[in-house]
Design a protein around this ligand. Sequence first.
Ligand SMILES: *[C@@H]1O[C@H](CO)[C@@H](O)[C@H](O)[C@H]1NC(C)=O
Ligand SMILES: *[C@@H]1O[C@H](CO)[C@@H](O)[C@H](O)[C@H]1NC(C)=O
Ligand SMILES: *[C@@H]1O[C@H](CO)[C@@H](O)[C@H](O)[C@H]1NC(C)=O
Ligand SMILES: *[C@@H]1O[C@H](CO)[C@@H](O)[C@H](O)[C@H]1NC(C)=O
Ligand SMILES: *[C@@H]1O[C@H](CO)[C@@H](O)[C@H](O)[C@H]1NC(C)=O
Ligand SMILES: *[C@@H]1O[C@H](CO)[C@@H](O)[C@H](O)[C@H]1NC(C)=O
Length: 553
Amino acid sequence: MKMIIVALFLCLSAGVMAEDPYHFFEWNVSYGTIAPLGVPQQGILINGQFPGPIINCTSNNNIVVNVFNNLDEPLLLTWAGVQHRKNSWQDGTLGTTCPIPAGTNFTYRFQVKDQIGTYFYFPTTALHRASGGIGMLKIHSRELIPVPFDNPADEYPVLLGDWYNKGHKALRAILDSGRSVGRPDGIQINGKSGKVGDKNAQPLFTMEPGKTYRYRVCNVGLKTSVNFRFQGHTMKLVELEGSHTVQNVYDSLDLHVGQCLSVLVTADKTPKDYYLVATSRFTKQALSSVAVIRYANGNGSPATPELPPPPPENSIGIAWSVNQFRSFRWNLTASAARPNPQGSYHYGKINITRTIKIANSRAMVNGKLRFGINGVSHVDKETPLKLAEYFGVPEKVFTYDLVKDEPPQGNNMVVAPSVLNATFRNFVEIIFENREKTIQTYHLDGYSFFAVAIEPGMWTPEKRKNYNLLDAVSRHTIHVYPNSWAAIMTTLDNAGMWNLRSDMLERSYLGQQLYFSVLSPARSLRDEYNILDTQPLCGIVKSMPKPTPYAGA
Ligand SMILES: *[C@@H]1O[C@H](CO)[C@@H](O)[C@H](O)[C@H]1NC(C)=O
Ligand SMILES: *[C@@H]1O[C@H](CO)[C@@H](O)[C@H](O)[C@H]1NC(C)=O
Ligand SMILES: *[C@@H]1O[C@H](CO)[C@@H](O)[C@H](O)[C@H]1NC(C)=O
Ligand SMILES: *[C@@H]1O[C@H](CO)[C@@H](O)[C@H](O)[C@H]1NC(C)=O
Ligand SMILES: *[C@@H]1O[C@H](CO)[C@@H](O)[C@H](O)[C@H]1NC(C)=O
Ligand SMILES: *[C@@H]1O[C@H](CO)[C@@H](O)[C@H](O)[C@H]1NC(C)=O
């Protein structure tokens, strides 16, 4: 397969105006055979690769990705965790933009403004993520901005997670027929699955003795939390979803679906092979996979078969995991791009202007499985919500605020587009209540938020006394343990239409998501960009005259 990665580095400077550097990519998204668990199946490749190419850039860089959709279905890619300030047009969700028709191309253009860290991109359309189209996006600190650890010898990307051998079309048929996709078939690590004792296993990465490496790890699975660990080595956590953390040392780390982090690992043990181990968490049947990490001077001497044990399961395991979550702290003295510039460091001193309590639920509607938030199960319409708003015809596509700020009584489920009207620049508290028996993870587009608490039981206003109002990590994904709650805080200072979704693909596909409509009353370029002329139009806005563009600065 022909690979066409064009990664140009252009620094445009025109007189006194210096523009931030650009990175250009040209991506061919196509089907191809992959076998993450050893079983060949149709996968989604980018330039022939699975996982796809890495986007490697620096804070404030401009990213231009020309995506050629060579699948047989419409496609959108999202860059989860990239805030797209003023620019939900580039967010790649079905609520903001029309998908790229099969056989055509569309160019994403966005800036990674004031962000650092580890992220991944993936398709948001038609369960495509179950077949691939996934890759890492790394944002480095700008030169001269000190990073709170020594430059590692190298950086190693690890995309791991649960995997189904069926592929997205078969899985989608199951969901469309009203059933769950059930349990995954295994765990993949960078597109492969390894077994202990496999003499033919190729090393995933090789480390020079005495050197320290940065492993950037994301859980790109569909529903399963994963614990990962290195045989014989500890990990120093340095970054979590775009925040430099207090640098604690861990034997193993829980990583929930949609989450990314960076750890430092030093090659200071007996030179030989070691296993990187990934095990499923909180599932009935444990799934696991290993990958070989080689010492350059170890002569390929095989790893010992004894694997470091996983953390406990059941309620003890949840308590273990909650404790680990509480140990994640933001390093307040590390200088870096602040993930939420307007949100300020002193988030604990800002008065909450709105509390939104969100409860997930599952129900059968007309004999078919649906998931929802506060009794509303979201469905995408042919006309994206944002476009309906921009063209001034929202009422033709959706009703604002069907979903309320409080979970309803009972288990009624309404199936409709779910949009919450939010006030620009409000400081909101969102409480996630999980009354189900399975763990949840949620991702909010367009923002990072302070993850101030996770506790078992039900939330009450008194629980605010237990919030971490000092050094909670600013991040974009939060997990909620069974029969527990989690609380986050953020300033809604980024105008646009932003998706809050379950990161568990079957749940978001069957309705466990909503959109925040954050409109700036000024309707000015100061607060929000205009739609690009190149954006495909669809649904009822296709034949409508373009509205007057936002002006001003
Ligand atoms: C994209 O990939 C497909 C499948 O490998 C190939 O047939 C096609 O020629 C590629 N297109 C371009 C523009 O390279
Ligand atoms: C990634 O980007 C950083 C910062 O621009 C640069 O130092 C590094 O060499 C790049 N790595 C690769 C593999 O291109
Ligand atoms: C499609 O690709 C062509 C060739 O690279 C490019 O000139 C054009 O701008 C792209 N179209 C869109 C809508 O991005
Ligand atoms: C936080 O960052 C500072 C500044 O880079 C660094 O010196 C310090 O060791 C870090 N603190 C912790 C606890 O990791
Ligand atoms: C926050 O609320 C308190 C109590 O209502 C009020 O006294 C205080 O002035 C408010 N602070 C800000 C910054 O608005
Ligand atoms: C959304 O909320 C704002 C502020 O409360 C209000 O002015 C506006 O009318 C609301 N819009 C809709 C469509 O409900």
